[in-house]
Write a protein that binds this ligand. Structure first.
Ligand code: SF4
Ligand code: SF4
Length: 164
């Protein structure tokens, strides 16, 4: 049986052809990066200093919208979002206002660790209260931190802003 690569492969090994080809490519890209007009496909995002734009239809952090004039929640406690969620991760509790006979929201919890951001809850909300925003910074140091309560959902997460 003939030796793999034959005499050509042997000479390539002796003269380090593959190694030199790799060095040539590395040098080519290094020099290209140093030029004023860098190639378009080479860039480094300076996150978190510069926050990258996300797609228009991106679904991220949930938010419970409030009436900007009165500051009251738009949520009517209908529970439709919880029923629509395939993961059953939303829990809504309400109490009945004896005067108006209306339901009043008492607590709202949303476990983002189990959420797949499908948007079914958002679609089910009849009053555009529950919304999946474009905020993508959802990390937490604890498991408990992934369960957002009503206040967190209304005010939004407060991620640490690193400057360098
Ligand atoms: S986005 Fe989907 S998985 Fe997440 S809470 Fe809404 S319905 Fe449930
Ligand atoms: S569907 Fe909308 S109004 Fe109904 S409980 Fe959920 S967030 Fe509130």
């Amino acid at each position: 049986m003939a030796e793999s690569g034959g005499i050509g492969g042997f000479l390539k090994k002796i003269f380090l052809v593959d190694f030199l080809e790799g060095m040539r490519l590395t040098l080519k890209y290094d020099l290209a990066m140093a030029m004023p007009g860098k190639p378009k496909d080479l860039y480094t995002e300076q996150y978190p200093k510069d926050r990258p734009p996300v797609a228009e239809r991106y679904r991220g952090a949930p938010r419970l919208n409030i009436n900007p004039d009165s500051g009251e929640t738009l949520c009517i406690g209908c529970d439709l979002c919880a029923l629509a969620c395939p993961e059953h991760l939303i829990v809504v509790t309400t109490e009945r206002d004896e005067k108006t006979r209306r339901k009043v929201l008492t607590t709202f919890t949303y476990d983002i660790s189990r959420c797949m951001f499908c948007g079914l809850c958002e679609d089910a909300c009849p009053v555009d209260c529950l919304e999946l925003t474009q905020d993508f910074e959802l990390a937490s140091y604890t498991r408990e931190g992934t369960i957002w309560d009503r206040q967190m959902l209304e005010e939004g997460p407060r991620p640490t802003r690193y400057t360098h």
